[in-house]
Design a protein around this ligand. Structure first.
Ligand SMILES: NC(=O)c1ccc[n+]([C@@H]2O[C@H](COP(=O)([O-])OP(=O)(O)OC[C@H]3O[C@@H](n4cnc5c(N)ncnc54)[C@H](O)[C@@H]3O)[C@@H](O)[C@H]2O)c1
Length: 449
């Protein structure tokens, strides 16, 4: 690809970059930094992950990531280590890309972020920029900077800035190389100058740059997630209205989407959102808003969360009702286990919540997913769609992998026991399935259009 080999060299002063934390976010970011022309070392405490990445392979399923890892590890421009000493004084910029999972009360667990400070801080003997990429509650960067300055021999030579990440799993490579925008939150002119070198290539390609204070940068990321979650819950509430009033939520969403002030994206009604980011990020924002005395935001987010969890309960209820009111001993085939297509990520997957609830209700739940590895008590994973569907009493389409849209319902005659389909993502072509003799249930599509 020309981007790294020739174009990058026109714009980029190669810097030494470390990326701390190398999973869904960090692996793509490290490879992307190498693609931009920098020398990169990824740091992780997981030695197995480091070994796999050093061999040019990916530990996650993410389209186009592996070729980029292979290309740059093979030239030595990119490598991975578990040893912070290799990067401490080598790197001009340290990106922090470790996890920020949820505490039981919804607040963000920042222990991984501050563990980075405890390990890296005492090793920092020359001025350096620490660029936070993890999603954190507003106020985290300043606390991190204070702790690092306390620990680092270079003291105030440590500048912490926030550069939040917006990549979507399934599109991590594209989003890293060509982001919609780059947010640089800092109070230091020197850190800003360095970060403009880091992103010289996308800046040369006119990717919008938002330069702002640190608090705004931290808030931009959580606000983006909250807004997206709000759109999904809004359309799901409208799906309930359509169901009650006899309307069609897909036509409604299409019509709304033509309005340029609204847009069609994230107006797909169905089982709602999940994953390792959106749910925990909006919960942390609600929690932080409470701490800062902004109850309006907490209430808004709680309503969004409530609608979202209702969709999972509703899907379970609908399935049991379609099974005649009792799931015990019934065979349920579930298509899709990841929280969305294009990833192997099953964290907080709506599909698996429903699968687990049905298993608890006594059903035999058989799941097929093209990428996920499922470890869910009471649920079995099957190597093919046909295997999962064998003798099913009902079929649930819960993650919209493109291959499920290719299924020929005519070919499923004799495979399932009962031709009943609940399309939890509203993505299958209802007339095709109906023509093949299936009963199709799509929440929010009560209209006969
Ligand atoms: N996954 C996404 O699509 C995405 C998108 C945008 C932002 N984010 C944010 O990025 C951050 C990371 O997300 P993720 O999904 O990659 O998280 P993850 O939990 O999957 O990965 C975290 C990685 O950090 C490593 N790690 C933990 N503690 C460490 C330490 N002290 N030193 C070095 N490595 C350490 C872990 O071993 C793991 O490899 C989170 O804050 C998340 O909200 C994620």
């Amino acid at each position: 690809m020309c981007r790294a080999r020739c174009c990058a060299s026109l714009y980029v002063v190669p810097l030494n970059i470390s990326v701390i934390g190398t999973n869904y976010l960090g692996a793509a970011h490290a490879a992307g930094m190498a693609e931009f022309g920098h020398r990169v070392i990824g740091v992780d405490i997981d030695a197995r992950r480091v070994d796999v990445l050093n061999s040019g392979r990916s530990t996650i399923f993410e389209r186009d990531l592996e070729p980029m890892l292979a290309r740059h590890t093979s030239t030595g421009r990119l490598r991975f280590t578990t040893d912070y000493r290799e990067v401490a004084d080598w790197a001009d910029v340290h990106f922090v890309a470790v996890g920020t999972p949820a505490n039981p009360d919804g607040s963000a667990d920042l222990s991984q972020v501050f563990a980075v400070a405890e390990t890296l801080g005492p090793l920092l003997t020359r001025p350096t920029v620490i660029a936070g990429k993890s999603t954190v509650p507003v106020g985290t960067a300043m606390m991190l900077e204070a702790r690092l300055r306390e620990l680092a021999p270079v003291g105030d030579g440590v500048e912490v800035m926030w550069n939040p990440e917006f990549l979507r799993e399934g599109y991590a490579v594209t989003d890293t190389l060509r982001p919609d925008r780059i947010v640089l939150g800092t109070h230091s002119a020197e850190a800003l100058r360095t970060m403009r070198y880091v992103y010289a290539l996308p800046i040369s390609e006119n990717v919008p740059i938002v330069e702002c204070d640190i608090a705004t940068a931290e808030l931009i990321k959580t606000a983006a997630n909250a807004y997206l979650a709000m759109k999904i819950s809004f359309i799901n509430a409208m799906a309930q209205m359509c169901e009650a009033a006899g309307g069609d939520v897909v036509l409604l969403a299409d019509a709304l989407g033509y309005d340029s002030r609204i847009g069609r994206e994230f107006l797909n009604a169905g089982l709602g959102f999940g994953g390792g980011c959106l749910p925990k990020d909006i919960a942390a924002l609600a929690h932080r808003a409470g701490e800062l005395g902004v109850p309006q935001l907490t209430e808004l987010i709680e309503a969004v969360e409530h609608i979202n969890s209702t969709q999972r309960d509703e899907m379970t209820r609908l399935t049991i009702s379609a099974l005649g009111g009792n799931a015990a001993g019934k065979r349920v085939a579930v298509l899709g286990a990841t929280f969305k297509p294009g990833t192997d990520d099953t964290r907080n997957s709506p599909s698996l919540t429903v699968a687990a609830a049905l298993a608890k209700a006594g059903a035999e739940v058989r799941v097929y997913d093209p990428q996920a590895h499922i470890h869910q008590p009471g649920v079995t994973q099957h190597p093919s769609v046909l295997d999962a569907l064998a003798d099913a009493d009902i079929v649930l389409h819960l993650t919209e992998w493109p291959e499920f849209r290719q299924l020929d319902p005519m070919a499923l005659d004799g495979v399932v026991r009962s031709k009943v389909l609940i399309d939890g993502r509203l993505k299958l072509h209802r007339p095709t399935w109906q023509r093949a003799g299936w009963k199709v249930i799509q929440l929010g599509r009560a209209s006969t259009w």
